[in-house]
Design a protein around this ligand. Sequence first.
Ligand code: ADP
Ligand code: ADP
Ligand code: MG
Length: 665
Amino acid sequence: MFDKILIANRGEIACRVIKTARRLGIRTVAVYSEADAGARHVRLADEAVLIGPAAARESYLVIERIIEAAQRTGAQAIHPGYGFLSENEAFCEACEAAGIVFIGPPVAAIRAMGSKSEAKKLMEQAGVPLTPGYHGDDQTPATLQREADAIGYPVLIKAAAGGGGKGMRRVECSADFLDALASCKREAASSFGDDHVLVEKYILRPRHIEIQVFGDSHGHAVYLFERDCSVQRRHQKVLEEAPAPGMTPERRAAMGRAAVEAARAVGYVGAGTVEFIAQQDGSFYFMEMNTRLQVEHPVTEMITGLDLVEWQLRVAAGEPLPLAQEQLALNGHALEARIYAEDPGKGFLPATGRLLHLAPPDEGLHVRVDTGVEEGDEITPHYDPMIAKLIVWDVNRDRALARMLQALADYRVAGVANNIEFLSRLTACPAFANADLDTGLIEREQAYLFPEASAPERDEWLALALAELLREQERAAATAARSADSSSPWHARDGWRMNAAPARSLIFRHGEAQKTLRVATLPGAFEITLDGVATTVSGSLNPRGLLRGEFGGRRLAATVVAAGERRHVFAHGRARVFACVDPLFFSGEGGGAEGGLLAPMPGKVIALLAAEGARVDKGAPLLILEAMKMEHTIAAPTAGTVKGFRFAVGDQVADGAELVEFDAA
Ligand code: ADP
Ligand code: ADP
Ligand code: MG
């Protein structure tokens, strides 16, 4: 076995590989870009080498830099992870030339499977069933169109060198073919540097079922059962599971044999995945082979009890496969959800930002979290926006689903838009729960997956207010502790103020809804009046925002994270963002100009909260400005009249611009 390996990747997969290496007593070398100097994979590794600037093509994709780092640190082998250089022939060859073991298949296997067209030709010879289509060399548009007509519409045009769901076009009829072909070729050329395409019959309501295979250098090859990855958005996997629901032992064996056949046909060594597209009647066709460890490999690990990275290391070191086919068995059911920094409501647009609060569920026998980030880290635009993979296991699918729902409800992320709530809806969605799977599930279930935004419940407003009050008390206590005269009434923590009744208001906003909560201080508790109903609340808040509250005798645990004016409330399995409306904020300095209220910093107007000509009370919120990714409420400095707004929603405003014409009369 190796003494030291280098991991030519970043993020969760680099951390994942380090974990196994450490368990096996193998030292690890991380490589990192300037953007990743403080990244988790760098912190976990025994050594780390800087390989270049943030852009992947100047760092993680520079073969010479990585080989050099391996030589300099004396690493005997390189694990490429997935993505980046994992399926790159030139990289594999460079390792060989440098006398470093590439932890992956032989270069010939990568080459054979690198082109979807060439792979299909090979599979045809090996007798593996293929998706009907054309994968020949003749790329003239007329030939391709003729082939598409013969296949019958709809068809799918695919970039032969494609990956990651890119470079595919569905075509409904012959008349649309040539335009789609041109656009597909353009995308293929720019994304993969190769505009070669193939044409396939578009399978209706298909499932994506893939087989994990493993080969060694002693001529053995086995399959480690299947994964169902049908739940996709933009042809990219979102939720994966093993085993595939409804799979019979006979079909599993048939698919497994076909996959092993495919691996043998290219002299495969190491971990690989043969992807099939399956029809609802169970018939299946070869789609492509990924010659690397797959993102979703943990579900296979959970049902087999094996560590696939350990197998990769053993095989790369020349050992035979640890188990033969008949020694492999599957147990229970596993699900994986990919937690992304993205906004599902905005077409899954990737998001960036700092992870202000990051609290994954507790790991154990049933829950596993593979991640490359920690609280305080930033999701940058340079790399894949995956935050983590959440994997759960239980004895059967229903119980695994329940585990997933619970783990997602416990997963708390603030600071960056993410898909956790979407994943919860997806897991709970009747179609998914009933295993009514196909690749169109997300699109078909839009109505369920994207419900109308619901209004916050009373508990959420109360939790928000209680956290605010407890945090205030905490601050007062800290001040008192620092002061010499800690018995001074100025430092009292019970809300007592000279000449003021011990009652006050807190104002919060959620979307367009705004609530004023009246607070009276009682001994060891507060009485909060909301919507005309008073509730006695008390509790404790820890520094991580965990709130243990008692609301009118009922206990509730929630998390309330403060970030500037924003309050992230996690309660009842939901995450919501509120804004704290401080009636005093900007009412003095900000609104000082003659009859006008000024922008405290450059930003964008995102809401106008009063009608022109309206009479408002002191402290009434008038306008919301988004600046530096935060929302700022501009409030009425005194009672008066809103004469007019100088900007409309969506307008960009300069620092100091007059926002509201206000008449203090
Ligand atoms: P799979 O078929 O295993 O789901 P994908 O094509 O979805 O494979 O995943 C591979 C993709 O993951 C790459 O194309 C790349 O965009 C992304 N990727 C590569 N390296 C990393 C990493 N370290 N962390 C997160 N994502 C990565
Ligand atoms: P990539 O290299 O991007 O992973 P694949 O060939 O594996 O490309 O296809 C990605 C996804 O596109 C599949 O998981 C499936 O959802 C869809 N797809 C691929 N081929 C077909 C087809 N012939 N008919 C219908 N859907 C397909
Ligand atoms: Mg694929």
